[in-house]
Design a protein around this ligand. Structure first.
Ligand code: NAP
Ligand code: GLV
Length: 313
């Protein structure tokens, strides 16, 4: 069994070493430009088109992340890039769900307990208590109730504020009020104080964080975008902050990454910026998951996490 690996900026030797331990019979190699030799499986993150195009022998492509938008964009721009018979399989959690829950819970609690405002007071050497936000109306709305969204929803619900979740198909999660489909979108948004985005980036979700949506939230709401930069209409966020409809935003993802040094978001103190780190791909969990699925496919079994190319996630 031949396995091709490609992950820019990663320690490829360490990944190949761990895969060799998990799959001792595999013939593993890091893909280099010009390598067109056959392979059965590809394990990739943001691969170049040349790596995948024409590889009709591939049985599966494992995406070393939850979001497959970058691979699907290749196929959209150059139809036929994805080998026709290869399944595209994404990471399911792989240690990302706890990280995402920590990141979102931290941001929600920072806003609930007004820690940003206390930091400003401290900078000014001012000692006074602020009016607390009432917990019972500090409604957190989570867009996307998949592997990550569902875990985040349950984690945040444990702090006692009302939690809502929104997905395409109906979901049931203890302690979370769920909404499904476009017909329930406005009811989901109505009165939400913290909007968290954990949707996949697809043609149906692009630009979903926009002025019309912000206007339906509670006045002075907060935005946490941990999914993809393409979900956000950037000028609409700046306008909503200027008008007071949004009080602040925490952004981990951006239309262009790295965020350019002259981007207006850097100058807006109400925007908290992190460099796409809310849930990192972890080597040991990812190797274990991918190796387990490769073994299952070799035995002729089906695996979970197969991307529906029509839906885009
Ligand atoms: P997932 O398991 O595929 O869940 C996606 C959820 O979104 C599902 O609940 C799905 O509804 C819902 N959804 C999809 N399209 C929708 C639409 N048009 N309207 C309403 N709901 C829709 O994905 P995941 O593993 O939770 O990951 C979510 C995203 O997080 C990834 O795609 C990636 O972009 C992002 N991410 C970011 C980082 C980071 O470090 N910033 C790390 C990992 C992942 P159904 O339940 O009905 O299918
Ligand atoms: C990271 O952004 C991922 O999609 O896993």
């Amino acid at each position: 069994m031949k396995i091709l690996f490609y992950m820019p900026h990663a320690d490829a030797a360490a990944w190949l070493h761990d895969f060799a331990r998990a799959l001792p019979d595999a013939d593993l190699r890091e893909w280099q430009p010009g390598d067109t030799a056959p392979a059965d499986f590809a394990v990739v993150w943001r691969p170049p088109r040349d790596m995948l195009a024409g590889r009709d022998g591939l049985r599966a492509i494992f995406n070393l992340g939850a979001g497959v938008d970058a691979i699907l964009a290749l196929e959209h721009e150059h139809p036929g890039t994805l080998p026709r018979h290869a399944q595209l399989i994404r990471l399911e959690d792989g240690g990302m769900a706890p990280q995402m829950a920590e990141y979102v819970a931290h941001a929600v609690l920072r806003y609930l307990r007004r820690f940003d405002e206390y930091q400003t007071l401290q900078n000014e050497r001012e000692w006074h208590a602020l009016e607390p936000h009432p917990r019972e109306s500090f409604t957190v709305g989570i867009l996307g109730l998949g592997v990550l969204g569902a875990h985040v929803a349950q984690t945040v619900a444990a702090f006692g504020m009302p939690v809502r979740g929104y997905s395409r198909s109906a979901r049931q999660i203890d302690g979370v009020r769920t909404f499904a489909g476009e017909a329930q979108f406005d009811a989901f948004l109505d009165g939400v104080k913290v909007l968290v985005n954990l949707l996949p980036h697809t043609p149906g979700t692009r630009g979903v964080l926009n002025a019309e949506v912000f206007a339906k939230l509670a006045r002075g709401a907060y935005l946490i975008n941990v999914a993809r930069g393409g979900h956000l209409i950037e000028q609409d966020l700046l306008d909503a902050l200027a008008s007071g409809q949004l009080a602040a935003a925490t952004l981990d993802v951006f239309r262009e990454e790295p965020l350019s040094a002259d981007h207006p978001f850097w100058n807006e103190p109400r925007i908290t910026i992190t460099p796409h780190i809310s849930a990192l791909t972890l080597r040991s969990e990812s190797v274990e998951q991918v190796a387990r699925k490769i073994n299952a496919l070799v035995r002729g079994e089906s695996v979970s996490g197969v991307v529906n190319l029509e839906r885009g996630y």
